[in-house]
Design a protein around this ligand. Sequence first.
Ligand SMILES: CC(C)(COP(=O)(O)OP(=O)(O)OC[C@H]1O[C@@H](n2cnc3c(N)ncnc32)[C@H](O)[C@@H]1OP(=O)(O)O)[C@@H](O)C(=O)NCCC(=O)NCCS
Length: 189
Amino acid sequence: MTASSSDTPVQIYRAGDRAPQLTPTLTAIYSSVYAEPPYFWGKEHAELFAERFAAQRRAPGFDLVIASVDGDVVGYAFGVTLQPDTPWWRTVTTPVDTDLVTERPGRTFALVELLVSRSWRRRGIATRLHDRLLDGRPEERATLTVLPEAEAAQHAYRAWGWRRVAQKSNPLPGAPIFDVMIKPLRDAA
Ligand SMILES: CC(C)(COP(=O)(O)OP(=O)(O)OC[C@H]1O[C@@H](n2cnc3c(N)ncnc32)[C@H](O)[C@@H]1OP(=O)(O)O)[C@@H](O)C(=O)NCCC(=O)NCCS
C-alpha cells in the first residue's frame, strides 16, 4: 500500500498476542525496509530475523506494537526484557562502566526493532510506535542498537531522549559495529 493522504488514519495498537500469525508480514516488511541504504541487507538477514523473532516473541517482557492503515501493516516496534545472563553487553567494543553493563532482573527493556515502510515515513508513525511500546514499561531503562550511518533513526532516537553509551558488534552477518543507546524510563529514585 502507498500513502495517499497525510490524513489517512493510522491505527497504532499492541499485538503481542498475534505475533505468530503476524510473523510472515513482519518479515516481509523487514526485508523491504532493510534492502534500502544504508543497510542493503538481503535474504540471510530476513531469515535470521524470522528465526530470532520466533524466540523473541516467547521471551520475558515481549511486546509488539503495530501501525496499520486499512488493515495493512505499515510499521512496527517490539522488544523484550533483558535477562541477567543476556549476551547484550558481551560484544561491547568501547570502554564502559561496570554498572552500565550489569543486568539485574527487570532492569532493562531492549527495543529490538522499530521500522516504518518507506512511503509512510515522516508522518510521526515511528514516534507513536516508540511511545506506545515504552508506555507503562516496568523497567528502569531501555536500550537499543542503531547503525551509526542510519541517519533517520539516529535523529529520531536523539529527539526522543536516547543517548549513545557505547558501541558493539551486532550478532549479524559480518558483525557490524552499532551504537548502543540508553534511555531512562523513569526518574531515578
Ligand atoms: C527511523 C524510522 C523508523 C523513522 O520513522 P518515521 O515514521 O519516519 O519517523 P517519525 O515521522 O516519527 O519522525 C520522528 C523523528 O525522526 C527524525 N527523522 C525521521 N526521518 C528523518 C530523516 N530522513 N532525516 C532526519 N531525521 C529524520 C526526525 O527527528 C523526526 O522528527 P520530526 O519529523 O519532528 O523532525 C524510519 O526512517 C525507518 O523505518 N528507517 C529504516 C529502519 C530503521 O533504521 N530503523 C531503526 C533501526 S535501529
